[in-house]
Design a protein around this ligand. Structure first.
Ligand code: ADP
Length: 698
């Protein structure tokens, strides 16, 4: 059986098995009701008699909320149920100050201000448990309470008698789902933040999703610490209350930073204003709380009002964005925020008008949607960025190609100009014309060097710079270099010298043409940036293996040098150091970039040592193979130098020579024809390879 078929069968099996498991769950859970899990003993203390602060006495049921503040002490009384046994507890929400008597015996005293270890008070309503024994069956219970402040104070709290298991079941029924939901969201947002950070380091850009996830994490953290379940898991009463308020104060700030980040700097003033308001709100209430001046609980109304104002402000800013069609840039986030705000409103309605269990579910749903849309936005942003990047790469490639073909095309006419100019130099006897032609020659050559640099650079950019590794003699490279640069050095009254202090083999295998180019580049720069003194080329190196030699070449000058701060990036394209001082010196900033690319392609390295004002030493080290170990002679390079003729006269003729010139460029053919006619040769011109072969056969 093919592997593909096996995997298809596996998938089918997986689907069926899963459906079978789900089926079992429903079938048996509906059927298996005979022996349900034993629920813990659980009963409410009911039928309370309340004696309020004015001495009025009235009866209530399980739970009673008053409609006015009660500042003084008041008493509530009832009887414990008959099912009280050992290991059971009395479980309820105390007032700020609360004493519990069972059969007249004081069993518990709570003074939240004094009991709290946190400065400023505990700042949250809590549950307490009082252990009971079987002797407490049907006992009288009396609670003395004080400070039920709020417009609807809880005069009689819902009070239950149960085991600790019963306490957990009770709490999880009221808040369990919200608590799990918030915890899950907290963990997911934490993971999204970690992913956001990772993407940030990968792409080096701002990842808005990170702030979105941070906001969601704060709100879900707030929901977790707001839950009455939290102290029962972590085993303390007050810390969560404090953290809950602090998170509450931080939430708007994180949300504002997120909104600011998605707007990419628009509305910065308004956002800054809102952020300052949120910060002042956070710092102000925290200070008051910790100094014991104004408790967080008492400040809650004002904190909520400030939060609401900040949120309304942020919504207003987003609304302006919507009006100006800017939300198109962050469509998903805008939808996420819209849905979140909608669910917040639902939450407010639920809390205000209904008494439901797990009442923070609407907000949790809103948060989940916000997180999902924030992630979707980020994925979309990254996708768009990728598309833009590809576009930019394509464009830059197209530009490089254009540059390459342009510089290639420009070389042909320049060569024609230089060729024709040389004809003028050779033929003209007029001093003035010759002088003009010399200027054309030097400018033309400079232009040609420039174009060659651009062509090389565009080849490097396009990754088309190929090295030709073949045998060559270093002495020949040195002669070439010497003949090219010597005259330039002379023109500036600079000395030029080549030194070979240790043994360097003459016959090498590498790209001789490119090594020559590097040396000419370095030496031309040295001459360009030196006004006094001279330039020295030093060759040395060491054998790494029998036929492998690490060739080191240094170009030293006594020129203006380079500042330490400007050395970095000197070998990057278009970088030019000391622009103020070198303004009068022509250059493109491409030379050293080309040198570096050549060194890289040959497996070598480049660098510079320099002291500003004293001179520089540029070096290149490249590994080469050796085919002839004969050492280079110190003055070998001078042998081949042919002194430039004084004039451009021709000192020989070749009337018997028959020469076939092939070039697809008409101007080049014409120049060759003119040059060769001067030596009286028989010239045959041809503009294509095929025709050239035919002519040869003739
Ligand atoms: P440029 O066409 O400007 O000479 P290069 O890439 O060859 O471009 O050189 C980059 C920069 O490095 C130059 O602009 C110059 O500031 C500095 N530089 C290169 N060689 C020397 C040198 N021998 N002395 C001082 N500065 C130099």
């Amino acid at each position: 059986m093919s592997r593909k078929r096996i995997i298809a069968i596996e998938k089918l099996f997986l689907v069926f098995f899963f459906l079978f498991a789900v089926g079992c769950l429903f079938f048996f859970s509906l059927k298996d009701k005979n022996k349900p899990i034993q629920k813990p003993d659980f009963s409410y203390v009911e039928n309370w008699t309340v004696t309020d602060d004015r001495g009025e006495v009235f009866e209530t049921g399980r739970n009673y909320k008053g409609n006015r503040q009660i500042e003084k002490e008041y008493v509530i009384e009832s009887f414990l149920p008959e099912n009280v046994g050992d290991n059971m507890v009395l479980f309820f929400r105390p007032c700020w100050y609360n004493r519990v008597y069972i059969n007249g015996e004081l069993r518990s005293e709570t003074n939240l201000d004094k009991d709290s270890i946190i400065p400023g008070g505990p700042a949250k309503s809590i549950y307490i448990t009082i252990p009971l024994t079987r002797e407490d069956k049907g006992a009288t219970i009396q609670m003395v309470r004080k400070n039920a402040t709020s417009s609807h104070p809880e005069i009689v709290p819902e009070t239950v008698v149960t085991t600790m298991d019963g306490v957990y079941t009770y709490l999880f029924k009221i808040e369990g789902f919200s608590f799990y939901f918030a915890t899950l969201l907290f963990l997911i947002s934490l993971m999204v933040m970690v992913v956001g950070l990772y993407i940030h380091y990968l792409y080096r850009t701002t990842i808005d999703m990170f702030y979105g996830a941070f906001s969601v994490m704060l709100v879900s953290g707030w929901a977790i610490t707001n839950s009455s379940i939290y102290p029962f898991i972590f085993g303390h009463y007050h810390v969560d209350g404090l953290v809950n308020y602090l998170l509450c104060l931080l939430m708007p700030l994180a949300f504002l930073i997120y909104v600011d980040s998605i707007q990419k700097g628009r509305n910065r003033k308004k956002m800054a204003f809102l952020m300052i308001a949120a910060t002042i709100n956070a710092v102000f209430w925290t200070l008051l709380h910790f100094c014991g001046i104004f408790n967080f609980v008492d400040a809650l109304l004002y904190i909520d009002i400030t939060l609401a104002l900040v949120l309304i402000g942020a919504s207003f800013v987003i609304f302006t964005e919507l009006k100006n069609h800017h939300t198109r840039e962050y469509r998903y986030t805008a939808i996420g925020i819209g849905l979140f705000l909608f669910f917040c409103i639902v939450e407010i309605i639920v809390i205000t008008f209904f008494t439901v269990k797990n009442d923070s579910i609407p907000m949790m749903i809103g948060l989940t949607l916000l997180l999902v849309f924030a992630v979707m936005q980020q994925v979309d942003d990254i996708r768009k960025e990728g598309v833009e990047k590809q576009k930019a790469i394509d464009m830059s490639e197209a530009k490089s190609n254009f540059l390459a073909s342009m510089s290639h095309e420009i070389r042909t006419p320049i060569n024609s100009i230089l060729g024709m100019n040389e004809m003028i130099l050779r033929e003209s006897k007029d001093e003035v014309i010759t002088d003009y032609a010399r200027t054309v020659e030097s400018s033309g050559k400079m232009l040609l060097t420039l174009i060659n640099d651009v062509l090389d650079f565009s080849r490097i950019e396009a990754g088309k710079m190929e090295m030709n590794l073949e045998e060559f003699y270093m002495s020949e490279v040195l002669s070439d270099v010497y003949s090219v640069v010597f005259e330039r050095a002379m023109e500036k009254n600079l000395s030029f010298d080549i030194r070979i202090p240790n043994e360097v083999p003459n016959g090498m295998i590498s790209d001789g043409y490119r090594i020559r180019q590097v040396l000419i580049n370095y030496i031309n720069n040295a001459i360009k940036y030196t006004d006094r003194g001279g330039v020295t080329l030093v060759l040395s190196g060491t054998y790494m293996e029998d036929k492998k030699f690490l060739l080191s070449m240094y170009v030293r000058d006594t020129g203006r040098g380079i500042r330490e701060s400007e050395k970095e990036g000197l070998f990057d394209a278009f970088s030019r150091a000391d622009l103020a001082a070198n303004r009068s010196i022509e250059g493109t900033g491409l030379g050293l970039a080309i040198v570096k690319s050549i060194a890289d392609a040959l497996g070598g390295e480049v660098g510079v040592d320099s002291r500003y004002g004293a001179g520089s030493e540029f070096y290149i080290r490249i590994p080469v193979e050796v085919f002839d170990k004969t050492p280079l002679e110190n003055n070998s390079y001078k042998k081949k130098i042919i002194k430039k003729e004084e004039g451009f006269g021709c000192d020989y003729i070749a009337p018997n020579a028959t020469i076939l010139v092939v070039d697809d460029n008409v101007s080049n053919l014409k120049i060759a024809d003119l040059f060769l006619k001067r030596i009286e040769a028989q010239v045959d011109l041809c503009d294509s390879g095929a025709r050239a072969i035919a002519k040869c056969k003739e």
